[in-house]
Design a protein around this ligand. Structure first.
Ligand SMILES: CC(C)(COP(=O)(O)OP(=O)(O)OC[C@H]1O[C@@H](n2cnc3c(N)ncnc32)[C@H](O)[C@@H]1OP(=O)(O)O)[C@@H](O)C(=O)NCCC(=O)NCCS
Length: 157
């Protein structure tokens, strides 16, 4: 059985795991260029004061999902984003990774997730809406600058 067929391990990453952090930052940069958590200045605060979960398969880290709690005081967390190495995409691993991540958050008392995604990112919107049960809360025009609209989505855990 190949490592991919064997599924993934999901675990929280800590700041002292420098090599892992570097790898996950690299995957973010590869996925989003200058968006996402593409350097340590952006990645480490989310890791230290939010939560970064990593997916591992066959002894290799293949991506991360990042979360921060909000100030709403009602158990809502912001799902910052997810990135997987390109060669591991399109095999159901993103869905599995997020289902397992959400279950970890739920066990820690998070009851609602909110996210923001580019409406042009068809794969991610499909994944969030059709596979993971997010609904479209708001469409914000030019949120990240001219022509950079964002779709705000939400779901209960
Ligand atoms: C988004 C991402 C995490 C999804 O992970 P993945 O492992 O590729 O997703 P899955 O294989 O679990 O696929 C989920 C579903 O989306 C569908 N899908 C994937 N890419 C698609 C696309 N471009 N258009 C439409 N549907 C798409 C798949 O067919 C699958 O649906 P199905 O099971 O009904 O066939 C991954 O593609 C990635 O890292 N992308 C780059 C970073 C990114 O865009 N992150 C999201 C924004 S924060």
């Amino acid at each position: 059985m190949s490592a991919i067929q064997a599924g993934i391990l999901v675990r929280e990453i800590k700041a002292h795991e420098t090599d892992v952090v570097r790898k996950l930052v690299g995957i973010e940069k590869q996925a989003f260029g200058n968006g996402g958590l593409h350097n340590e200045w952006l990645f480490l605060p989310v890791l230290r004061y939010g939560k970064v979960l990593a997916a591992e398969t066959g002894g290799e880290f293949i991506g991360s999902a990042q979360f921060i709690r909000t100030w709403t005081g009602d158990g809502t967390a912001y799902f910052y984003g997810i990135s997987l190495l390109p060669e591991y995409r399109g095999r159901g691993l993103g869905t599995e990774f997020l289902e397992r991540s959400f279950s970890i958050l739920k066990d820690e008392g998070i009851i609602r997730l909110i996210l923001s995604v580019s409406p042009d990112n068809r794969g991610a919107v499909y994944l969030y809406r059709e596979k993971l049960g997010f609904w479209e809360k708001e469409y914000v025009k030019d949120e990240y600058g001219p022509g950079e609209d964002r779709l705000i989505m939400e779901r209960e855990l």
